[in-house]
Design a protein around this ligand. Structure first.
Ligand SMILES: NC(=O)c1ccc[n+]([C@@H]2O[C@H](COP(=O)([O-])OP(=O)(O)OC[C@H]3O[C@@H](n4cnc5c(N)ncnc54)[C@H](O)[C@@H]3O)[C@@H](O)[C@H]2O)c1
Length: 364
């Protein structure tokens, strides 16, 4: 069973019956019988892992809106309430061009079945255990999902040959560096959390697959992404929820730590640019190139909620970094990436979303 690669993916050599027997869904079997090459030329088949998550669900909607076909893969783990993830993906799933595949990326057999059936032209790999502090509690889990699970994605890309793979890395690979702004060319040898180490390992794994097997890979170092659907464990989400409820917010450190916060629409725009542009191997910072202190962030949340925050001051935690700041000149030059959201506008949008929808989703 061989997938050809000549710009357009052809499924003619696939043994449909054997795939059917292999337990493929009706949607997957239908796809195999009717690949519609003429239609495929006009749009892309994009496999999005972690599609029900914060970033993945926004990307899925953006791809569908421009006419691409999306296969979303997600295992709906309980890192946060799976009901929130189902709500995230509900809009995308209204499209007939979007399918959902519920399994763990560590299940290599099912992953290969999906690649066989869907024949993605582009793979966007966002599925991961995210979060720095929880990685300190369970480093093995982070290694299993982020490193071994991602290894399966790389193996599948080597064997099924999509035109390229876009892969989520993280600003956390810069570790405790205070030499800012962070450049892609900086030596990133000293991660300070298990999570950061897995993301750096992903960059190394991907480089091997690009160099040895010719897998085209674009690694994206996201800088603290926020906006509607942001994960409930992240500071902006948690602070907004607690401030509106009149509860204290846990503030680690004296409020002077700084982050380059990136609005979700800017990240989605950067992702779409990468979906459209294969590179043999590139790493891009996707940030705003603007930093905000924790105290300034809290003041913005107070402004847009109209409430005063109650601060529960705590010491900095292991794994916390004091600053992140992205040099985005490489992404500007090669991708045309041009982030446009100010923190003021982004927080206003987040708070509006939270008050209308997000609050209901915080079931846990
Ligand atoms: N949000 C940020 O600020 C940020 C910053 C840097 C990097 N990242 C990276 O971007 C990616 C997306 O982050 P997010 O904030 O949307 O996280 P998220 O947790 O909302 O989304 C990740 C999704 O992946 C799924 N998933 C996790 N493990 C899986 C597995 N083994 N098999 C299948 N699905 C699995 C989860 O169920 C979830 O829906 C992650 O790789 C994360 O490490 C995010």
């Amino acid at each position: 069973m061989v997938a050809h690669r000549c710009g357009l993916r052809i499924l003619a050599d696939c043994d449909v019956d054997s795939l059917h027997c292999a337990g493929l869904s009706p949607w997957e079997s239908r796809l195999l019988r009717n690949p519609k090459p003429s239609t495929l030329a006009a749009m892309k088949r994009v496999l999005v892992t972690g599609a029900a998550g914060f970033i993945g669900s926004h990307l899925a909607e953006a791809l569908l809106a421009r006419g691409d076909r999306v296969a979303g893969l997600d295992c709906f783990n309980t890192y946060y309430d799976p009901a929130i993830k189902r709500r995230n993906l509900a809009q995308a799933l209204q499209s007939s061009q979007c399918s959902l595949h519920e399994f763990d990326i560590c299940d290599e057999d099912r992953l290969r079945e999906l690649f066989t059936a869907f024949q993605p032209e582009v793979v966007v790999h966002l599925a991961a255990r995210a979060g720095v502090r929880p990685s300190l509690q369970d480093p093995n889990l982070y290694h299993r999902v982020n490193v071994i699970g991602s290894q399966h994605i790389l193996d599948a890309c080597r064997d099924f040959k999509p035109s390229h793979l876009v892969f989520a890395s993280s600003s956390s690979v810069y570790g405790g560096s205070v030499e800012v702004p962070f450049k892609e060319s900086d030596p990133v040898m000293r991660p300070i959390s298990p999570y950061a180490a897995t993301k750096r390992m992903n960059e190394l794994q991907a480089h091997v697959y690009s160099h040895v097997y010719g897998v085209n890979v674009t690694m994206l170092r996201f800088f603290t992404v926020y906006g509607p659907r942001q994960r409930p464990d992240m500071a902006i989400h948690k602070f907004t929820e607690h401030v509106l409820a009149g509860q204290p917010i846990p503030v680690f450190g004296d409020g002077s730590t700084r982050r380059d916060y990136t609005y979700i629409d800017d990240i989605t725009d950067g992702l779409l640019r990468c979906v459209d542009t294969p590179f043999p191997y590139e790493i891009f910072n996707l940030g705003e190139h603007h930093t905000t202190s924790l105290s300034e962030l809290i003041a913005l949340i107070e402004k847009h909620t109209g409430r005063t925050a109650i601060i529960d001051r705590q010491s900095l935690q292991p794994g916390d970094v004091t600053i992140t700041h992205a040099d985005i000149s490489h992404a500007r030059e090669k991708l045309g990436y041009n982030p446009r959201f100010s923190m003021d506008e982004g927080i206003a949008r987040f708070v509006a979303w939270f008050q209308e929808i997000g609050r209901e989703g915080n079931l846990s």
